[in-house]
Design a protein around this ligand. Structure first.
Ligand code: FES
Length: 577
């Protein structure tokens, strides 16, 4: 039993359960009810890890996607078993879904390892569900293929397209500035999210779906297809067929997630104008497979790569347009020799083979290397200096060009809540040139590093028509956000990083072309301030949040838990019977 296929022609892992000759085999088979006996006899058992949840609206349609995967698995001679995972809904969870990314990765990892699975299809969608699943699957290293749920259809409101997130930020500022009515703002809600799927701007969910494809963990073309397009079901069925073959080929994440694959992903992220969050997530995934990937790679590897994709928040179109224009294969084909074309993917073919004939149907949406949307090196910049010795990031394509070199006085807030109160006050001492600084919003400080870095502008400046200011924090920003926003300052303030020492009134210099962020405070004064610095109040006393705060790494290291870095393989820690 259990030797017909899989594991490079060797014995199936699931045969340790279902092929067991004695009493335990009977128990294992008996409790998995409702199948004819031959399904336990040499058919690869394929887990369908489903992050479906009504609390994660972006993933709420994934039961339907799972049905298509199952059909594909059966067609190819596998035995599909669907199971739920933790699900992370970006919009509803507090304090931030990021706090739970590592928890979800642990759930995925331990569920895969503990069960009689030969391979797995990972169904994700909303921002954190994609990296969490890839992290967990990478640590187990069973054959795995991802199917993201696809973006929503384009928002439509008053005769124009609406982008999720991006237009929420824009509209809420318009309301605060008195240029949009509260009624219109309310009416735009249901026009923005009008179908199944995740955010349809190039926010973090779309970015990570593209990253899964660029890494080679998702079938070519799958990232961009809208959730409600019938081709989403087709690609899910194809993934179900493909995972059965992957088990036979013993095609595991460790063969796909190589340094070359991560370099491809970093360059693709620059070309698509992807989210700053990709830096944190890719470093965390790389950590699970032991691939060295540093924050600086996001700057150096991407310097030769222009922004090709004209999607919000860097451009004007949406994921639906991107899919119809040819999706990610068209981008990867255009990148040509900028990518490692020999990198292996879940299709069983190389990147080069996957995209060799990929057409582009709309050069407004996917531009060319010769005439890009933005010039090479306009993606993520990694900054250093006495404010951020371990690095900070800024998304240049979403920033205001005139602020990329800027000197201004700091206005410092210790808590996000303090800023949210102060920003409405007429008497707030703030100018257009002020550098807004938010601290204690990093991985340990908040905890979970919320998407708070694109602070809404002070009301009095908005009313004067100011649309952007330099903002600096140890927080993250939604991938749909925009502005001249310096994020992920490391080390964070809560662990005593220099961000903890900056004071209101200090001069701060941002020089993105020189890749620096500095406060004009001399070392002597900084060491005086350091002696007076008090760490923030002790963290939460118990539970997962306590575990997180005690073990989370800094942003430049991927914000994984220190004891989760690396892989444990697919053997259960001990045999129970
Ligand atoms: Fe789920 Fe944006 S809220 S992807």
């Amino acid at each position: 039993m259990g030797t017909a296929a899989g594991n490079g022609g060797g014995r199936l892992r699931s045969a340790d359960w279902f092929g067991e000759p004695g009493r335990m085999g009977a128990i294992y088979r008996s409790w998995v009810r409702g199948y004819t006996p031959e399904v336990f006899d040499g058919h690869p058992v394929i887990g369908i890890a489903n992050s479906w949840s009504e609390l994660t609206p972006c993933n709420a349609h994934l039961r339907r996607v799972a049905d298509a995967v199952k059909q594909g698995v059966w067609q190819a001679g596998g035995f599909p078993l669907e199971f739920p995972t933790t699900s992370l809904g970006e919009t509803l969870m507090r304090p931030t879904a990021m706090l739970f990314r590592n928890l979800m990765s642990m759930d995925v990892e331990e569920t895969l390892r503990a069960n009689p699975l030969d391979g797995v299809v990972l169904l994700s969608g909303c921002d954190k569900t994609t990296p969490a699943m890839l992290m967990g699957a990478a640590s187990v290293d069973l054959p795995a293929i991802m199917v993201t749920g696809g973006p929503m259809l384009s928002g439509k409101f008053q005769g124009r397209d609406l982008g999720s997130g991006t237009d929420i930020w824009r509209f809420s500022e318009e309301v605060r500035a008195g240029r949009m009515s509260a009624e219109d703002f309310r009416a735009s809600e249901s026009c923005m999210a009008r179908s199944d799927g995740h955010c349809m701007t190039m926010g973090t969910a779309s970015t990570m779906a593209c990253m899964a494809e660029a890494l080679g963990m998702q079938l070519p073309g799958a990232a961009a297809i809208p959730a409600s397009d019938s081709r989403r079901q087709v690609v899910a069925m194809a993934a179900g067929q493909r995972i059965v073959a992957m088990v036979a080929e013993d095609l595991r994440p460790s063969r796909i997630l190589t340094r070359a694959a991560f370099e491809n992903a970093v360059r693709v992220n620059a070309a698509i104008g992807g989210s700053t969050n990709a830096a944190i997530h890719l470093i965390a995934i790389a950590g699970r497979v032991g691939v060295p990937l540093a924050l600086d790679d996001f700057d150096t590897l991407a310097r030769a790569v222009p922004t090709l994709v004209n999607l919000m928040p860097s451009g004007r179109y949406l994921m639906e347009d991107f899919a119809y224009a040819g999706g990610l294969p068209a981008v990867m084909a255009e990148l040509g020799e900028l990518l490692h074309r020999d990198a292996l993917t879940v299709s069983g073919r190389t990147v080069g083979d996957n995209v060799a004939d990929a057409p582009c149907w709309n050069r407004e949406v996917i531009t060319t290397l010769a005439e890009p949307l933005q010039p090479p090196g306009s993606g993520l910049a990694v900054l250093r200096g006495n404010l951020c010795p371990d690095g900070a990031v800024i998304k240049q394509s979403a920033a205001s060009p005139h602020l990329l070199k800027h000197r201004g006085r700091a206005l410092v807030f210790d808590r996000l809540e303090d800023y949210n109160l102060a920003r409405e006050a007429e008497e707030l001492l703030v100018e257009e040139t002020t550098v807004l600084v938010l601290r204690n919003a990093g991985p340990k400080g908040y905890p979970g590093m919320p998407e708070a870095g694109n602070l809404p502008l002070p009301r009095k400046l908005l009313e004067r028509g100011v649309t952007d200011m330099v903002r600096v924090s140890d927080a993250r920003m939604s991938g749909t956000g925009y502005g001249t926003v310096v994020l992920h300052v490391a080390p964070e303030a809560a662990v005593g990083g220099p961000l903890a020492l900056v004071q209101t009134g200090d001069w701060v210099q941002l020089d993105v072309p020189a890749r620096t962020l500095r406060m004009e405070v001399d070392d002597q004064e900084l060491s005086r301030r350091r002696q007076q610095w008090q760490p923030p109040a002790a963290p939460l006393a118990r539970g997962y949040a306590r575990l997180y705060v005690d073990h989370v790494l800094q942003a430049d290291q991927g914000a994984d838990l220190d004891f989760l870095v690396g892989a444990s393989g697919h053997q259960p820690p001990r045999h129970n019977h």
